[in-house]
Design a binder for this molecule. Structure first.
Ligand SMILES: Cc1cc2nc3c(=O)[nH]c(=O)nc-3n(C[C@H](O)[C@H](O)[C@H](O)COP(=O)(O)O)c2cc1C
Length: 171
């Protein structure tokens, strides 16, 4: 499968626009591979490095996976793609099943890290976590606290992934 290198900052608008309907974060620990849908994310520069920050609730299986292996890929749809996968990967947990096989997605060998990309979500960022921070409830605004947080839901951890490679997967 061919990969075409991309300039992430030229593609930033496409990546950020895709967040609203949903993009994917993929993680791998040992043989276990898992993807979940994310709608929150930040693309920018920190410590003079290109960074994608993913906000993952502490209760997610993906959170556990990122503690097992601090690497992830960000998988952004381009053109036609299996839209149903966004709902499926955003409602089922990898604790209970192999979501990637169940959704019929195709892992693609990575270049730098150990976590694959996905053919059906071809714009790929390979990321290595260099910092993580779980939200301090005491510092949240009242509106955000009441709208997004409850005892059952818990806080998000911001995983700062240094973008070590970026490309478009082609047929
Ligand atoms: C459109 C959409 C956006 C979502 N965005 C996020 C997000 O940014 N952070 C998060 O923790 N969960 C988010 N979720 C929820 C997770 O995708 C969902 O809980 C998923 O089942 C967790 O999978 P896992 O247990 O395999 O990690 C989103 C769900 C949908 C449908």
């Amino acid at each position: 499968m061919k990969k075409q290198k991309i300039d992430i900052f030229r593609c930033a608008g496409d990546i950020i626009s895709a967040l609203r309907p949903g993009i994917l974060i993929t993680t791998k620990v040992g043989d276990k591979l898992n993807s979940m849908t994310i709608g929150w994310g930040t693309l920018g520069v920190v410590w003079e490095k290109p960074i994608f920050i993913a906000y993952v609730r502490t209760c997610r299986f993906t959170h556990e996976m990122l503690h097992g292996n601090g690497e992830f890929t960000i998988n952004v749809p381009v053109g036609d793609f299996p839209r149903k996968a966004l709902g499926f990967l955003g409602s089922k947990s990898g604790r209970d099943m192999d979501k990637i096989s169940a959704a019929g997605l195709t892992p693609v060998e990575p270049n730098v890290i150990g976590v694959p990309g996905l053919k059906e979500f071809p714009l790929t960022l390979e990321c290595r976590v260099i910092y993580r921070q779980t939200q301090d409830e005491a510092l949240l605004g009242d509106e955000e606290k009441s709208q997004f947080y409850s005892v059952e839901k818990g806080p998000h951890t911001a995983f700062y992934g240094e973008i070590v490679d970026a490309y478009l997967i082609e047929e």
